[in-house]
Design a protein around this ligand. Structure first.
Ligand code: NAD
Length: 252
């Protein structure tokens, strides 16, 4: 099950899982994009693709998900908490409380709600794995030549804490929980429209290229291997980890 699976990094993850023959459940608030994604994924090897349109920060909607997805395939093995939004880039003292709260609700509360709702059935699955999509902005501060997004950064940092606590509480039951912390990736709506760079793709590309040691931004599809690793038996001893993929941004 992938939240925010209709676009960008979530869709790249869905394509990778589809190519491996997984049954997929995609949850996204954008029903049109979800339909387009489903058509695209039908070309892969998935045995089944279920799309559910809704808001993963809405408690009632999330609570209804387990009943909507019970299928012949059994419980959810892998939950990818990926849905997220990026707010306007403004200094902290100019952020309205409403904007702060909206970002925390969509980016962080959704991870709690989804995990809480799906955990009971995942504990019945073989090698269950939760993969939370954080960000390097949850690990280091970002300068104004990129963006000022205190709420976004706080939400991503909190996802890392939630990941480690989930891993600690449920590891003994065989459930693993890890986070991926991407640097700047293009091929996504959020990555290309974020804050300072809406409509300024070339400037964005230049700034990121100067910042990272690999000299270029990432592409969403380059995260596919990490999702496959954390979802599969190739990572049965990885738990509570945060895996950075940022082209070297945070290493220099
Ligand atoms: P994206 O906008 O292309 O994809 C996000 C998806 O989440 C969209 O399909 C959107 O409709 C969905 N979504 C948003 N709010 C939702 C809600 N309330 N309920 C259900 N679905 C909702 O952007 P992306 O870059 O692919 O972002 C995916 C994740 O990756 C986000 O958590 C983002 O913070 C994280 N991330 C992205 C980058 C990057 O450079 N692109 C870097 C670090 C982290």
């Amino acid at each position: 099950m992938i939240t925010g699976g209709a676009s960008g990094i979530g869709l790249a993850c869905a394509i990778a899982f589809a190519n491996e023959g997984c049954d997929l459940v995609l949850v996204d608030i954008d029903s049109d994009e979800l339909e387009t994604a489903r058509e695209r994924l039908e070309a892969g090897n998935s045995r089944s693709i279920l799309t559910i349109s809704g808001d993963v920060s809405d408690e009632n909607f999330v609570q209804s998900l387990p009943d909507q997805i019970m299928s012949d395939s059994g419980p959810i093995n892998v939950l990818v908490n990926n849905a997220g939004i990026s707010p306007k880039s403004v200094p902290l003292h100019e952020i309205s409380y409403a904007d702060w709260s909206r970002v925390l609700k969509v980016n962080l509360d959704s991870v709690f709600l989804m995990t809480r709702a799906l955990l009971p059935q995942m504990l019945k699955a073989k090698n269950p794995s939760i993969i939370n999509v954080a960000s390097i902005s949850g690990m280091v501060g970002l300068t104004k030549d990129f963006l000022f997004q205190a709420a976004y950064c706080a939400s991503k940092s909190a996802i890392i804490g939630l990941t480690r606590q989930t891993a600690t509480e449920y590891g003994e039951y065989g459930l693993r929980c890890n986070a991926i912390a991407p640097g700047w990736h293009l091929g996504t709506r959020l990555g290309e429209s974020s804050a300072n760079f809406a409509g300024e793709q070339e400037l964005l590309r230049q700034r990121v290229s100067q910042r990272v040691t690999l000299g270029r931004p990432g592409e969403a599809h380059e995260l596919a291997g990490l999702f496959l690793l954390l979802a599969s038996n190739a990572s049965t001893y990885i738990n509570g980890s945060v895996i950075i993929q940022d082209g070297g941004w945070t290493s220099s």
